[in-house]
Ligand binder design. Structure first.
Ligand code: ADP
Length: 228
């Protein structure tokens, strides 16, 4: 469960980027975040994984009040949230297998569990045959699948995806969506910012639209609703 109560966010230059956000996302929901560039979508999601702190208001993730979370407790939150970006953000000097294993090493998982779990998630994203490749040897879609494997390897309850198909062609975008939908079916909560009208209007889910830092629409099985 994720809840924001009267959340405001102002960056140091003083303009409010999010204004009085009130929202509740239940366990195992799949939510698209839509809206024009600069509307505040990334900031909205950064608040959820404590990349940014709210200027005002309260944010709860799985009943943790994360605005108040002590620095030393942040790793516990991050273990519960997997994050995926438009530009993949893989470590270029590590192989596919090592990129995914690294996410388990930072939470001090045992070598035994890493050996067992990494091949499982690489199987799930369909990359078993690329385990020893480096990111530069992979297509964009393959790199995004590594990023997804890394995001889910510690079994987080929440996946946050910031324009995960933004750099991909339509066919590859659908492959990525199939994987995210599968992860959703296995019980994860998914929050995905996107500009992909076709995906939003075809794979129908809850749609939250943000404009000028405010939630202007929140619809069950909603539509993309923008001309861009
Ligand atoms: P979106 O994801 O919808 O494109 P963002 O959340 O990235 O929107 O940005 C919303 C607004 O906040 C924009 O005007 C952007 O320039 C501004 N902004 C984002 N990050 C920062 C930052 N770290 N410092 C100052 N302003 C920022």
């Amino acid at each position: 469960m994720i809840e924001m109560q009267e959340v405001w966010k102002t960056y140091s230059d003083g303009t409010p980027v999010l204004q009085n956000i009130n929202v509740r996302i239940e366990k195992n929901e799949f939510v698209y975040i839509v809206g024009p560039s600069g509307a505040g979508k990334s900031t909205f999601m950064k608040l959820m994984y404590r990349e940014e702190r709210p200027t005002k208001g309260q944010i709860f993730v799985n009943n943790f009040n994360i605005g108040k979370l002590k620095q030393r407790k942040i790793p516990i939150l991050r273990r519960n949230i997997g994050v995926i970006f438009q530009d993949y953000r893989l470590l270029s000097k590590l192989t596919v297998q090592e990129n995914v294993a690294f996410a388990m090493e930072v939470i001090e998982a045992s070598q035994r569990s890493i050996k067992k779990r990494v091949p499982e998630v690489l199987e799930l994203v369909g990359l078993r045959d690329k385990i020893n490749s480096f990111p530069s040897q992979l297509s964009g879609g393959e790199q995004q699948r590594v990023a997804i494997a890394r995001a889910i390897v510690n079994n987080p309850s929440v996946i946050i995806a910031d324009e995960p198909t933004g750099n991909l062609d339509p066919e590859t975008s659908w492959e990525i969506m199939k994987i995210l939908d599968e992860i959703h079916d296995r019980g994860a909560t998914i929050i995905m910012a996107t500009h992909n009208r076709e995906i939003v209007n075809t794979l129908r889910k809850r749609v939250i639209a943000i404009e000028n830092g405010r939630i202007v629409r929140d619809t069950h099985r909603g539509e993309y609703g923008y001309e861009d």
